[in-house]
Design a protein around this ligand. Structure first.
Ligand code: PLP
Length: 376
């Protein structure tokens, strides 16, 4: 990839790069969480723990899933994991058997595909493209691809990389489909849940009571509480999988770092104003994008509704996404992700992240505009 080569050279030369690439909030982890972690360390919470996690954290998560998400959650069916990433992997490990098929929507988070292969080498990943205009689901495609071999559907809302938030009626359609296929499970990746900036609410597929026993709800602390490096997340799993989840958690992890779990338990006591302020800040990134790119000939914006990214159509430039990202970086020292890395059919898109501070973001956006002005 040209982009990788250019960024490698720039980093080697210690050039200052404006990054619109990283999928992590720039904010600090809330102090309450840091203090609770230090306190846990000082009071000796440094020993082995139960592989599913410490009870106070699981109780708080179960409460949150019940009250915020409408999921009939039971703390006995919660597993604490090293990030939401590991929660997805452990769900796949528990679910997949030889020959199973997994339905996945592209563009998507980079780790889904390798994780499916790592969890079950013979599993077949069936990628279905989201609609290119508005990133909605193509239910006709889903109906042609779902079959008796389908074991899992991976859902992600708010969505990385498009910023789409799936609506109540879209989730209703999934629930309807799942009723027709009683052997199909869902892994619902909800890591960007708190990052909503349209009027659409976040809907958890696990809240549909008649299918909740087939839903693995994945979430974590990385994005809502700026804890990307702490590596802590969780899954709420169907009761029938308890033994399989136990095997994975016990024999891969033993336990997630005990004092970090104590720190994370404090996350639910953080003043909600923390993420309300953050959400409002993110809205200003979206507003800037709209101001700068609405009606732009070369970078077409689909206004994001949630998450940390926007996915823009650059087909009018005639460039592939790798060349766009590499040339932008060469010319303006602005880094972003080429669409091709999120799915083979997405080479006429670029992903722009809202992770950096606003002034940095503004400079990055100016850089993109300068690049376009110079080039076209
Ligand atoms: C859609 C999605 N799911 C899961 C993750 C992983 O989150 P964590 O850092 O909690 O492992 C990411 C991280 O970028 C993501 O974008």
């Amino acid at each position: 990839m040209k982009f990788k080569k250019v960024i490698g050279e720039k980093l080697k030369n210690k050039e200052r790069i404006i990054s619109l690439g990283l999928g992590e909030p720039y904010l600090e982890t809330p102090k309450e969480i840091i203090d609770a972690t230090i306190e846990a360390l000082l009071s000796g919470k440094t020993k082995y723990g139960n592989c599913f996690g410490i009870p106070p954290l699981k109780q708080k998560i179960a409460h949150k899933l019940r009250s915020d998400n409408g999921i009939d959650a039971n703390e006995d069916n919660i597993g604490i994991t090293f990030g939401a990433k590991q929660a997805i992997y452990i769900s796949l490990l528990a679910l997949l058997e030889p020959g199973d098929e997994v339905l996945n929507f592209t563009p998507c988070y980079l780790s889904y595909e390798p994780q499916v292969k790592l969890a079950e080498k013979s599993a077949k990943l069936i990628n279905i493209n989201l609609n290119k205009g508005d990133f909605s689901f193509d239910f006709d495609q889903v109906k042609t691809k779902i079959n008796e071999q389908t074991k899992v559907i991976i859902l992600n809302s708010p969505h990385n990389p498009t910023g789409k938030v799936y609506s109540r009626s879209e989730m209703d359609s999934f629930a309807e489909l799942l009723r027709e296929y009683p052997n199909v499970y869902v892994i619902s990746d909800e890591i960007y849940e708190y990052m909503l900036y349209s009027d659409k609410p976040h809907i958890s597929i696990g809240s549909y009571s008649d299918i909740s026993h087939r839903v693995f709800t994945v979430n974590g602390f990385s994005k809502p509480f700026s804890m990307t490096g702490w590596r802590i997340g969780y899954l709420h799993f169907p009761a029938e999988f308890k033994q399989k989840i136990f095997l994975a958690l016990q024999h891969i992890n033993t336990n997630v770092t005990t004092f970090i779990q104590h720190g994370a338990a404090k996350a639910y006591d953080v003043d909600p104003q923390y993420y309300i302020d953050y959400k409002n800040q993110l809205r200003s990134y979206v507003d800037l994008m709209k101001q700068e790119f609405e009606g732009n000939e070369y970078v077409k914006l689909v206004t994001p509704e949630g998450g940390l990214f926007t996915f823009c159509d650059i087909s009018a430039t005639g460039m592939d996404s790798d060349s766009f990202a590499a040339e932008l970086l060469e010319s303006e020292n602005v880094a972003l992700n080429p669409g091709i890395i999120f799915g083979k059919d997405w080479d006429e898109f670029i992903r722009i992240s809202f992770g950096c501070p606003f002034e940095e973001f503004r400079k990055g956006i100016s850089g993109i505009k300068n690049f376009l002005n110079k080039k076209f």
